[in-house]
Design a protein around this ligand. Structure first.
Ligand SMILES: Nc1ncnc2c1ncn2[C@@H]1O[C@H](COP(=O)(O)OP(=O)(O)OP(=O)(O)O)[C@@H](O)[C@H]1O
Ligand SMILES: [Mg+2]
Length: 437
């Protein structure tokens, strides 16, 4: 389908888009929003309604937003097995759960959708996001403040109205909110089950916070409280996230949130088609999902860029060329976001010569803290030796300082990309190169 390319802002007719003064120097109208914020975007475009490029753009930016987690079941693709395992752990095993996986793999989205289905089953799910400066007492006092006192064993459901406004926080001494005090209070929950979510648990820097959480899990489990915790965070295994805590191991179920299979990533693009009225042909979809390599984040980002290119050219069908062009645009944006100095370093012949090693380092850097060794890099190379990789990495840790090098621990030195986003850029550029072959 072809549509008119005329997307000029209202009151701005007859002038080229993107220029705010015409040739005679008159001031031009300001850019305007295309669609009112109050207008409802229906999920399935009405087939009788005329196609509107502006609305398609808006629908795509919503269906393929790469910057926000999914909050509704309609936008959630795949992951049925992980969601089922999470439900089983909470409902049947009555366990506390640790959800771990790579950055951007979909942990928060899974939690949001889990919360919706748990609420349908009358669970009280409370969400908290941890920051570097998160404090145990503040966070759990806030949780307790959101549990109505009506769920307390000693409060009758017919209690007067003043009781209705109170919460479990009213039972705590604000100056002493430790794991024991909390467990004492939370074991009194009746009439529902409470799930406390601590998202981004990997960001918690305070060792005492983590010790307190482990202690709380132990106390709640020992006393069969109707309160369960879900911790989520960037990690490649359970121990990385909760440390070695044998005392709580049997009370915890660890669930990995892994890469999504291509068929599930495909669902994301199908949803976008339905929302926007655009079509990704089979080859275009296959190209996006191949380059996204299991990442729902990349599927959305590349899908959106590709569709935007088709719209720019007045088409509603997205082709493999749009996907390639859209990916190049993403890479150019990421590259422009790097410090100038790093951009210049990447163009050096010495660096270009070792491009394969940089790509291998990018793959090896997918650890939660980003550190990796020359052995890790060599394992990613078809013909690499640890000593060769170590020499090259050390070479790029001096004057050409692409990597930090750390020799503080005994044994092999560790390396880490100095610039945020560089590893991701290298990974995607390698995927694009592979796709072109
Ligand atoms: N099942 C899914 N279906 C559709 N889109 C998804 C799905 N899971 C994640 N996404 C998309 O992928 C991106 C990253 O998801 P999300 O924020 O949930 O990941 P995360 O693992 O919590 O990331 P972080 O490690 O940064 O906290 C978001 O744009 C989100 O909308
Ligand atoms: Mg998250």
């Amino acid at each position: 389908m072809i549509f008119s390319r005329d997307r000029r802002p209202a009151g701005n007719s007859g002038t080229a888009p993107g220029r705010w003064q015409n040739d005679s120097g008159e001031r031009r109208a300001l850019p305007r929003f295309a669609v009112s914020a109050t207008e409802e975007l229906t999920d399935t475009a009405d087939p009788r309604a005329p196609f509107s490029a502006d609305k398609a753009r808006l629908a795509l930016s919503e269906a393929l937003s790469a910057s926000q987690p999914v909050v509704s079941a309609e936008r959630f693709a795949g992951r049925h097995d992980t969601l089922a395992a999470l439900i089983t752990a909470i409902e049947q095993q009555r366990a506390h759960v640790v959800l771990y996986g790579e950055r951007g793999i979909g942990k928060t989205s899974l939690i949001h959708v889990f919360a919706a289905v748990a609420q349908e089953a009358r669970y009280l799910v409370l969400y908290g996001s941890c920051g570097v400066a998160a404090r145990f007492d503040e966070m759990f006092l806030a949780f307790a403040g959101r549990i109505p006192l009506l769920y307390h064993a000693d409060i009758s459901p017919t209690a007067d109205e003043s009781e209705h406004r109170r919460s479990f926080a009213d039972l705590l001494d604000k100056n002493h909110v430790g794991p024991r005090e909390l467990a004492d209070v939370l074991t009194q929950v009746v009439g529902t089950r409470v799930v406390l979510v601590l998202d981004e648990y990997d960001r918690v820097a305070d060792a005492e916070f983590r010790r307190n959480v482990a202690e709380l899990i132990k106390n709640l489990s020992d006393r069969a409280a109707r309160v369960q915790l879900i911790l989520t965070g960037v990690a490649s295994n359970l121990d990385e996230l909760i440390g070695f805590t044998p005392s709580i191991r049997r009370n915890i179920v660890g669930l990995a949130v892994g890469p999504m299979p291509a068929s599930e990533l495909d669902e994301i693009l199908v949803q976008a088609e339905q929302a926007s009225g655009m079509t990704f042909g089979g080859p275009a979809r296959a190209l996006v999902t191949r380059m996204a390599a299991g990442s729902p984040y990349l599927t959305r980002l590349l899908g959106q860029k590709a569709a935007a290119r088709a719209l720019d050219e007045g088409r509603t069908d997205v082709t493999p060329d749009d996907v390639t062009g859209g990916t190049e645009a993403v890479l150019a944006e990421w590259n422009a976001g790097l410090p100038r100095r790093v951009q210049a370093m990447l163009a050096l012949p010495a660096v270009q010569k070792d491009w394969g090693l940089l790509i291998a380092a990018a793959r090896a850097s997918g650890t939660p803290d980003g550190w990796f060794t020359a052995t890790d890099v060599a394992a990613e190379l078809a013909d690499g030796s640890p000593s060769g990789a170590g020499k090259a990495l050390t070479g790029f840790s001096g004057e050409t300082d692409l990597f930090d090098r750390d020799q503080s621990a005994t044994g092999e030195p560790r390396f880490r990309f100095r610039t945020q986003g560089l590893a991701q850029l290298l990974g995607l550029s390698a995927a694009l190169a592979r796709a072109g072959r």
